[in-house]
Design a binder for this molecule. Sequence first.
Ligand SMILES: Nc1ncnc2c1ncn2[C@@H]1O[C@H](COP(=O)(O)OP(=O)(O)OP(=O)(O)O)[C@@H](O)[C@H]1O
Length: 331
Amino acid sequence: MTSQAVITVSGARRRYGAFEAVRGVDLAVRRGELVALLGTNGAGKTSLVELVEGLAPPSAGEIRVLGLDPRRRRRDVVGRMGIMLQEAGFSADLTVAETARMWAGTLSAPRPVAEALDVVGLAHRADLRVASLSGGERRRLDLALAVMGRPQVLFLDEPTTGLDPESRRATWGLVRGLLEEGVTVLLTTHYLEEAEALADRIAIMHAGRIVTEGAVADIVAAEPSRISFVPHDAAGAVVPLRPVDVPTLHGAVAIDRGRVSVRTERLQDDLGTLLGWASAHALRLGDLDARSASLEQAFLAIAAMSGDGVEGADRAQHTHPDKTLGSETAA
Ligand SMILES: Nc1ncnc2c1ncn2[C@@H]1O[C@H](COP(=O)(O)OP(=O)(O)OP(=O)(O)O)[C@@H](O)[C@H]1O
């Protein structure tokens, strides 16, 4: 944990009855940094973020936001945090400006309403009723309300779910602007592209733990590249191969229904060997695909490796009480 850390999570755990949804998480987010929390469904992202927001107590471990316990020192922290809710819960009959004014009334030093709407590109919709906004515009209103109090720390929970690609990119632009102002952001998203576009670092959760953390490039670099093709002869007929027919490569070879797949750390070398071998044997490498790993591949590989069986065993014992904060066991 560095001295610059705005969010620090140390050994955090969260229980719901007998089930532990967060199982010893350490995380630090520095000032002006965006960390994206990714994970499979039920990995524990929301359970963790709620601890950081101070909405629930950890059953063990320590959370600090701006150096303070976000639950015990809630009054001192809450005004410096912005939380983008899924739906702000205001009446759909109010106009955009009325909604923003009502929200501003709850804050100690809010941005002017016009400025907050301008930040999210909604100034031209100020007099429209919330009910008339498109889904994307509503999401932007949610963001306007979250940034209205000029937060130092912003929590974005799937901020672009349901947005069209253009609105999604517009939202990314807004978030980048906030980061440049020094706002610290903890983002949860299921869009890997969003994490790639915005995040300084990514933390991947699985079964209550952070199983991988780092810059996108480093996480992707740890995954092997892939080559695949279907060998054809000069007449265009598929040539059925066995692994022993393929030349020796750095990577591992698998053959499934005629398609040869190679997972390799040495993409260029193995591709070169295969191209030379194909020419020498007058083979065409049909449907040839050679690519470095993507974040999606890395994510799927990490989720698969992280022991679904273990999680399954735990889940079998989990009787799943009501999904209420009241069902938790705090330390
Ligand atoms: N109040 C609760 N009582 C019991 N179990 C709960 C409660 N809240 C969450 N859980 C369980 O804890 C686990 C983690 O849930 P959580 O909502 O934190 O996951 P998530 O990573 O945010 O998932 P998703 O991506 O699907 O939103 C899940 O198995 C969920 O069913």
